[in-house]
Design a protein around this ligand. Structure first.
Ligand code: SF4
Length: 353
């Protein structure tokens, strides 16, 4: 585990997820492979699952850029929870995209439908069974954010988010909308207090800490959270929708996939001879990450690829070629399904509240 994840876990009381694995029947591959590495209070979700009691999963999408494989991870996880009886709340953070990225309402709606909801359906999430809502239309979330605002002061928000005298008021208020998104699923309108889990990256932990504090102040159950290792960008840095060369987009053509993979950062050696002699290092390799996070379901097969890499039995060019074939097959079937699902995505967006 990267050092900074270990430090964050210690600093903010995030616990190791692996200790819970024996309690989870058929854990998802993201769980088995340590990609979901940490949790806060996930036991309350497990208890609800074991007892057949209601529980919720809350997540959001920001319609401000194209969907990439990093976004797909959360959808895979939502499907796993949906198959296990979770009530899923899906927030389209269109207000956030408009405030923070300067997009128009028309742009955010189009992107939500064409880039996200149609892909979610294509990936097998039953969006029609989720509570889907757009932040701009959800009066309940906005009203509840105002109520939550009466239970927190500026010093607390400053301590969590580091706001200064130059901070825009909308940026200061926005965390309350985020917290309201997380907590409103426990309001009377949705059946009252219940365990809720929010899958997040560690960078979103401040919202979770604020949500847990505020939940206790308004008589709700403090939400649980799951923490993911983020996929690295293809060039070894952070993946970003605004830098398409760092990520595999769900719309990438076969040519784009090959070009991006060819330039991708690997754990290989400078020459073929050295790699045959000394082997590669899959733990440093973003191509191996693509296989582990998305393209290989079977753990034994994945372990076989890692071993072949370490022994120098496979070299990077060949490995990239095989990975590109898998990826192209996946993206092609995703493209076909996305096109088929586009009208349904539009209808669901229109019918959402
Ligand atoms: Fe990565 Fe494959 Fe090269 Fe190993 S052989 S370093 S897994 S690209």
């Amino acid at each position: 585990m990267p050092e900074d994840y270990g430090r964050l876990m210690e600093e903010f009381g995030i616990r190791s997820f692996s200790e819970l694995l024996p309690r989870i029947p058929s854990p998802h591959k993201l769980m088995r492979r340590g990609i979901i590495f940490g949790h806060r209070d996930f036991e309350s979700i497990l208890e609800a699952m074991e007892r057949g009691q209601p529980y919720a999963v809350m997540t959001g999408l920001m319609p401000s850029g194209p969907m990439h494989l990093g976004h797909k991870m959360v959808i895979d996880e939502l499907k796993w929870f949906q198959e296990r009886g979770a009530e899923i709340f899906l927030c389209v953070a269109d207000v956030e995209a408009q405030l923070m990225r300067g997009l128009t309402p028309e742009e955010t709606e189009r992107m939500a439908i064409e880039e996200y909801l149609s892909n979610y359906l294509a990936l097998g999430l039953r969006v029609e069974r989720c509570h889907l809502y757009f932040q701009s239309r959800n009066r309940l979330v906005k009203d509840f954010a105002l109520t939550l605002g009466t239970r927190v002061n500026l010093s607390e928000l400053r301590a969590i988010y580091g706001f200064g005298g130059e901070s825009k008021i909308s940026h200061i208020f926005y965390p309350l909308i985020d917290v309201s998104d997380i907590l409103h699923v426990q309001l009377r309108e949705f059946g009252g207090p219940k365990p809720t889990v929010v899958p997040v990256g560690v960078d979103q932990d401040p919202h979770l800490r604020l949500a847990r504090d505020l939940a206790s102040r308004v008589g709700l159950v403090p939400p649980s959270s799951l923490y993911h290792r983020l996929m690295r960008g293809l060039l070894g840095e952070k993946m970003s929708s605004s830098r398409p060369e760092t990520a595999i987009l769900l719309r990438d053509s076969p040519e784009e996939v090959r070009r991006k993979l060819w330039d991708a950062f690997t754990g290989g050696r400078p020459t073929e001879r050295e790699q045959r002699e000394l082997g590669g290092d899959p733990s440093k390799c973003v191509v191996f990450e693509l296989l582990a996070y998305h393209l290989v379901e079977d753990d034994a097969e994945l372990a076989g690829i890692a071993e072949a890499c370490r022994r120098g039995e496979i070299i990077c060019g060949e490995c990239k070629h095989r990975t590109a074939e898998r990826l192209e097959g996946f993206l092609e079937s995703c493209r076909r399904e996305r096109e088929r699902m586009l009208p349904k995505a539009g209808e669901l967006a229109k019918a959402s509240f």
